[in-house]
Design a protein around this ligand. Structure first.
Ligand code: DGL
Length: 265
């Protein structure tokens, strides 16, 4: 057993949608969460920039003695996970759009993937798509502006509804029956998305639960699970000085009331 913390990072608060599932599935673990909100969004950044930022965050999480690192960001995973695995001797868990389950589950033969530009243009996404979804129509949509809506606490506003309408309505017209949320910020927009979907028979796929289960399995295989009954501890860092929205999301969606530590990387 190992009482060291799990490290989780994202370009901002989006990875809290993964954190939420991890704390359900791994109830004894201490967690350090790092939100790179100062450098958000990652979606339009170059691969080199994302690698540089991901390395800095990894080094910080290693200095905090983390036993495993969950990259709760599809964009950072698609651009940086291979380099991180080559450079650091620690297990990394990554995220990628759940294209494979969507392709397996579709009845209409049409699926949609909503993600950032960086994720949709990555080799990793293209490879998964050609390996597992070549027999279905995959409608990809860049969720331009959505990450900022979540970062700026504009969920459930006219602005978020208008933007989502532009992205979701064409998916409905194309008869998709699976919408893959390929960015960890998007589950926070789920209510808005559901309202637009209305009565259409469409499944929204958020891969956070399978990622949490995978994290548990990897910890278990490596004898790294924390089996102590002591109260677990969560520590939250943000690279941005403005932590109001981070605090709001923790309070509203996770019922956690705590301070956020600002740490520039
Ligand atoms: N949560 C990140 C992801 O899953 C958002 C990327 C961004 O910052 O643009 O891709």
């Amino acid at each position: 057993m190992d009482t060291k913390p799990i490290g989780i990072f994202d370009s901002g608060v989006g990875g809290l949608s993964v954190f939420k599932e991890i704390i359900k599935i791994l109830p004894n673990e201490d967690i350090i969460y790092f939100a790179d909100s100062k450098n958000n969004p990652y979606g339009n950044k170059s691969t080199n920039e994302i690698i540089k930022l991901s390395k800095k965050i990894t080094e910080f999480l290693l200095s905090e003695n983390c036993k495993i690192i969950v990259i709760a960001c599809n964009t950072a995973t698609s651009k940086a996970i291979n380099i991180l695995r080559q450079n650091y001797n620690i297990n990394f868990i990554g995220m990628e759009p759940a294209t494979k389950p969507a392709a397996l589950n579709t009845k209409t033969g049409n699926i949609a993937v909503l993600a950032t530009k960086g994720t949709l243009e990555s080799k990793k996404f293209k490879k998964t798509k050609s390996e597992y979804a070549s027999n279905v129509n995959v409608y990809t949509t860049i969720g331009k502006g959505l990450v900022k809506i979540v970062e700026n606490n504009e969920i459930n506003t006219k602005k978020s509804k208008n933007l989502l309408q532009q992205y979701i309505e064409p998916m409905i017209k194309n008869k998709v029956d699976q919408i893959v949320l390929g960015c960890t910020h998007y589950p926070f927009l789920c209510n808005d998305i559901k309202k637009i979907i209305g009565k259409n028979d469409i499944t929204i796929i958020n891969p956070a639960t399978p990622v949490a289960i995978h994290t548990k399995n990897i910890l278990n295989e490596n004898n790294l699970l924390n089996k102590s009954n002591k109260n677990r501890k969560f520590t939250f860092y943000s690279s941005s000085k403005n932590t109001i929205n981070f605090k709001n999301i923790l309070q509203n969606y996770l019922n956690i009331n705590t301070d956020i530590i600002t740490l520039e990387i």
